[in-house]
Design a protein around this ligand. Structure first.
Ligand code: CO
Length: 450
């Protein structure tokens, strides 16, 4: 059977190494080759791709998806979906989640990888139900992190729970690249024994251990691994597809990818990569190994964010202090996994704690909302003193956060009928407000004031 491969170059590779700047034209140069290379799926959409299309590339993300679908009639197309946050940074009502799943499927997505930053399964439910309704393969991803509560037992129990929720497959999503080889072996072995789900592993090379982790996972029976075509692999991205294709050749795990097709696609993508190296978007630092992430558990993307924030405030000398503060903030806040949007929130809080010289003197609004339960349940109890300092005596909600949100699709459709020409446009506005409105105005040549 061999190990199945999902290539992430066009989504996570682009996001991890070149700030998601890969354009649709560039993607279409390699897509037909990747379509025929023998992959299980291509990860092409979701994460930051939608945001970047609208905000920086002046591209319609829905048109991108349709174009990729047209260029790839054979291979499955996969997207990343942040549960109730969809592709945005806060919770959206259930009708928006459902509509987004429906139209993603309609425009060409076969597999939706749904995750919640806190692994609060209540935040996955409406996305899972919508996948079932619209016959999309629903993969539930568990946000992997390490902490006193995030043990192998914790993930096995969580996996059993998502299996009963109706997941079609399971992904261990190690966004920071901190899953150790021996832990991966133990975890995958247990998951194969205790669930009937196909298991996929997603990790990053940032800490320099990812290839070892993948190999141990393969030996433990992992079904699918995420790798990226060579030009957008390594560093803060996934391991290289071609290398795994060679490494496993002739073994029972042989993925049987078409090496010629991969080679052709890689040489095209390599030329594109040179452009981003020259322009400085691809930083040499992002291509190296950073074992510090294993110590501080800070994902690669978050590291560069922190550097930017400190640089802007002329406080780069505080970088090490902030790096040390991050795990402390995480502990205070009940060990949230550091993935979007929690990674940005915890990072900003750590910066504030260091810069102001007094811990929790200031807090971003999102951290207040987190303490008020608006992102879901924290994995472990929150430090009571920290809670008191940030939200005083305010009482957190204990229900599923989206239970408090009213449906809004029809209302938005009516409100923006002059600018949204399709339900897809309405969803772009629902997720990205003014950014989407500005884009649509340009797209349709409207000069009306809204
Ligand atoms: Co990733």
């Amino acid at each position: 059977m061999g190990v199945k491969i999902v290539d992430t170059a066009l989504r996570d590779g682009s996001q991890s190494l070149i700030a998601t700047r890969l354009t649709t034209d560039e993607i279409l140069k390699v897509a037909p080759l990747l379509d025929q290379a023998g992959y299980y799926a291509l990860e092409v959409w979701g994460g930051a791709t939608f945001d970047t299309c609208l905000r920086f590339l002046n591209e319609d993300p829905w048109e991108r998806l349709r174009a990729i679908r047209k260029a790839c009639p054979h291979v499955k197309l996969q997207m990343l979906f942040r549960g109730q946050n969809i592709l945005g940074y806060h919770h959206y009502p259930d009708d928006i989640v459902e509509k987004f799943v429906e139209l993603s499927a309609k425009n060409g997505i076969d597999i939706i990888r749904v995750f919640d930053a806190l692994n609060d399964v209540r935040n996955l439910k409406s996305a899972v139900d919508a996948c079932k309704k619209y016959h999309v393969h629903c993969q539930i991803a568990l946000s992997y992190t390490t902490s006193p509560v995030h043990t192998v037992d914790y993930y096995v129990e969580l996996a059993k729970k998502v299996e009963t929720m109706g997941a079609d497959s399971l992904c261990i999503k190690d966004m920071a690249g901190v899953l150790l080889p021996a832990t991966a072996y133990e975890l995958i072995t247990r998951l194969k024994k205790d669930t009937n789900l196909p298991i996929e592993l997603h990790s990053h090379c940032t800490g320099g251990i990812c290839q070892m982790t993948y190999l141990k996972a393969i030996e433990a029976g992992v079904d699918i691994i995420d790798t990226a075509l060579s030009p957008l692999s390594g560093g803060t991205s996934q391991p290289c597809t071609e290398s795994f294709n060679y490494a496993l050749q002739g073994t029972e795990y042989d993925p049987h990818l078409d090496a010629d097709k991969l080679n052709q696609a890689a040489s095209i993508l390599d030329k594109i990569k040179q452009k981003y190296l020259k322009s400085g978007i691809l930083k040499v630092k992002a291509l190296g190994v950073n074992p510090n992430i294993l110590k501080y558990q800070v994902p690669g993307g978050m590291l560069s964010n922190l550097m930017n924030q400190l640089d802007k405030q002329g406080a780069m000398d505080k970088f090490d202090d902030v790096l040390k503060e991050v795990p402390k903030v995480r502990k205070d806040l009940g060990y949230p996994p550091l993935v979007t949007p929690l990674s940005q929130m915890v990072g900003t809080q750590a910066v504030m704690n260091v810069i102001t010289g007094e811990r929790y003197k200031m807090s971003p609004k999102e951290i207040k909302d987190y303490l008020l339960g608006k992102y879901g349940a924290a994995p472990a109890p929150i430090d009571p003193e920290v809670r008191k300092k940030i939200i005083g005596d305010e009482q957190p909600i204990t229900c599923r956060p989206a239970d408090l949100l009213k449906p809004e699709f029809e209302e938005l459709k009516k409100k923006y009928k002059d600018i949204a020409q399709s339900d897809e446009d309405v969803l772009s506005i629902a997720l990205f407000d003014q950014v989407a409105i500005n884009f649509l105005k340009k797209k349709y040549g409207y000069s009306i004031e809204l």
